[in-house]
Design a protein. Structure first.
Lengths: 303, 315
């Protein structure tokens, strides 16, 4: 941050902020975002979960704690030694949740990356060119949309098996039609603007117009949807693992932790509490963040 | 209107054809040989080859699909690889269980979600409204399989009021699954009703109605509600598919023999005809319910009704 060239000392916080306001839209948006308290709470929770997931190898040992069985210590209630207790094989539940976060977040984000790529290409083309191409692509997407995303993912997994890569692709493709729609409507909102016409009139290629002028201007709604759909993707992974078709034990994943804990929950309810809370807070954080971003980036609220 | 319905019904045919084709293609890409699953330990290359010809698996994908679809039209879903019985016999009893759960969940959501949404929109700063918002946010963030487990812990294990699994206790055994399945949906409906109602209340015609001296109750229920319900109906329709996806989870949690369980079992046993049959039935259910929602939408909104009426006359 550099000082302003205009003279005069800055005395109040307001003046301090005022000098940045004119400089960058990003900063203005950030300040607006900070005013939304629930969104900030969402961001904070999400950052904590991210940090924990990234720092997992330094926090606990995968081989010695997360997957190693210790029958003597099985089904212990939460206490000083094991904050969230231990599971049916004597493994520390907290450590498994920490490593589970890595799996969920990694697959969640990669899956949405896959659907975003498909959505950008299909939705971008449909929205930008319109006409016949638009109706062909969107009709095809409508057909896909009429099959529930979980079922589409299940069909792909039924055919190809449930490796991590297949799960990512299955969930990614399952969400792709929704992204195509979002991208399409965002692109359609932008493509008739005068600056697009100006770019075209000076002879810019379509690819350049799309990449340099159209997409940067519809990034807002896309970011919002990414946030909300990552939540959905994480929920879908947990759901698939819960029914035994997702991540397989002993790899820790919140959904499969719930599934294996089910048998013991009557006598040891703690075993299903922590994994469920982990999913709940992650989804809640992303939903709060997504709603906050929508309020911040919604052009209708800009002026 | 009748012509519109008929046209929409015809439009459903290509959708169902393409849908079944997609599912059929995806599942036919399964690596490995189906005959090894059917024959199990009796498998020999000769027997396998004979069975492949018998089942038509040696033909091209399009021929196989054509056979499948011609059989499907006659109500033949093929033979299960595992039980060697017609898939339809497995589907029929399970479809009823699933239909009950979905219907109850839907009834619950609509009858609770919409009134809460309306009330919290008309008094947006009240304590009730704040609670409703928190409830709504929790609802959309709650993983339903975890909610199901929590409900079992509370109502079956601790209180002993309701059965934790199966369908043997009549209405009682439907309550927990319906709440579990419908929770997200209810929150969604509530949030949508609330926001569209708040938007409707701000419109000019509401101010006009109030200025005329219409009672507050009539303003809300006669003037605003009709407009506010349109987005809600869209959400109800859009989420029927999600609800059917949720059935898979709910039935797993409560060990209910329904379509969802059947699908999971069939995937685990690599019983492709059964997976295909279940997915096709679910896809048809979603397509039909989307059609019903569209029709309700067209019926509710006078603008759309007029537009479709005009279209139908032209057609």
């Amino acid at each position: 941050m550099q000082a302003t060239s205009t003279a005069g000392p800055i005395t109040t916080k307001k003046e301090f902020y005022a000098q940045f306001k004119k400089k960058s839209i990003a900063h203005e948006l950030w300040l607006r975002f900070l005013k939304n308290k629930t969104a900030v709470i969402g961001l904070v929770i999400f950052c904590i979960i991210m940090a924990v997931a990234i720092a997992a190898p330094w926090l606990t040992s995968y081989d010695n704690v997360v997957v190693k069985m210790d029958i003597a210590a099985r089904l212990q209630p939460p206490g000083m030694e094991h904050w969230f207790g231990t599971d049916e094989l004597g493994r520390d539940i907290l450590a498994r949740i920490v490593y589970g976060a890595r799996v969920s977040l990694l697959i969640g984000f990669s899956a949405i990356f896959v659907s975003l790529m498909v959505g950008l290409v299909l939705g971008g083309a449909a929205g930008y060119y319109g006409g016949k191409l638009d109706s062909v692509i969107m009709r095809a997407m409508d057909v896909f949309l009429s099959l529930p995303d979980v079922l589409l993912a299940l069909a792909i997994i039924a055919a190809f098996g449930n490796t991590k890569l297949n799960l990512t692709i299955a969930i990614g493709l399952a969400f792709a039609p929704k992204f195509s729609r979002v991208v399409r409507s965002a692109v359609m909102g932008v493509r008739d603007n005068e600056y697009i016409e100006a770019a075209r009139s000076i002879g810019a290629l379509d690819s350049r117009i799309i990449a340099r002028h159209v997409l940067p201007n519809c990034i807002g709604p896309i970011i919002v949807q990414v946030t909300l759909y990552v939540a959905n993707a994480i929920l879908t992974i947990a759901a698939l693992s819960f029914i035994g078709l997702g991540i397989q034990p002993p790899t820790p994943e919140w959904g499969n932790m719930l599934a294996s804990g089910r048998t013991y929950m009557r006598d040891f309810p703690h075993i299903v509490m922590a994994p469920g809370l982990a999913i709940f807070f992650t989804i809640l954080a992303l939903n709060l963040l997504g709603d906050g971003l929508r309020d911040t980036l919604d052009p209708r609220l800009k002026h | 209107m009748v012509r519109y319905i008929i046209r929409r019904l015809f439009e459903l045919i290509p959708v169902i054809l393409v849908l079944t084709f997609i599912v059929f293609t995806i599942l036919s890409m399964t690596p490995g040989d189906a005959t090894t699953i059917i024959l199990g330990s009796d498998y020999t290359p000769e027997l396998g080859a004979k069975l492949r010809v018998e089942l038509g698996l040696d033909r091209s994908l399009f021929v196989q699909y054509f056979h499948y679809i011609t059989n499907l039209v006659q109500g033949d879903f093929g033979m299960s690889y595992v039980t060697r019985a017609p898939v339809l016999d497995q589907l029929r009893p399970r479809l009823a269980n699933t239909a009950w759960i979905v219907a109850c969940a839907m009834f619950l959501c609509v009858s609770i979600g919409i009134p809460i949404g309306i009330r919290s929109a008309t008094k947006p700063n009240s304590f009730f409204s704040q609670c409703a918002m928190v409830f709504g946010l929790m609802g959309v963030s709650m993983p339903i399989f975890w909610l199901g487990l929590l409900l079992i812990l509370l109502f079956s294990v601790n209180l002993g009021w309701l059965p934790s699994s199966g369908m043997d206790h009549g209405v009682k055994s439907l309550i927990l699954p319906a709440i579990t399945l419908g929770f997200n949906y209810m929150a969604n409906i509530m949030r949508t009703t609330r926001s569209s109602m708040m938007e409707a209340i701000r419109q000019d015609f509401i101010r006009t109605a109030r200025a005329k001296g219409v009672s507050e109750h009539d303003v809300i229920y006669d003037h605003a509600l009709g407009n506010a319900l349109m987005p809600t109906i869209t959400i109800i329709g859009m989420n029927v598919g999600t609800l059917l996806g949720g059935v898979v989870l709910t039935e797993t949690v409560f060990s209910i023999p329904g379509m969802g369980r059947l699908l999971v079992e069939a995937i685990n046993q690599r019983d492709t005809p059964c997976v295909l049959g279940t997915l096709v039935v679910m896809a048809i259910c979603v397509a039909v319910s989307n059609l019903i929602v569209d029709l309700i939408y067209a019926y509710m909104d006078p603008r759309i009704r007029a537009q479709y009426g005009a279209k139908a006359r032209q057609a």
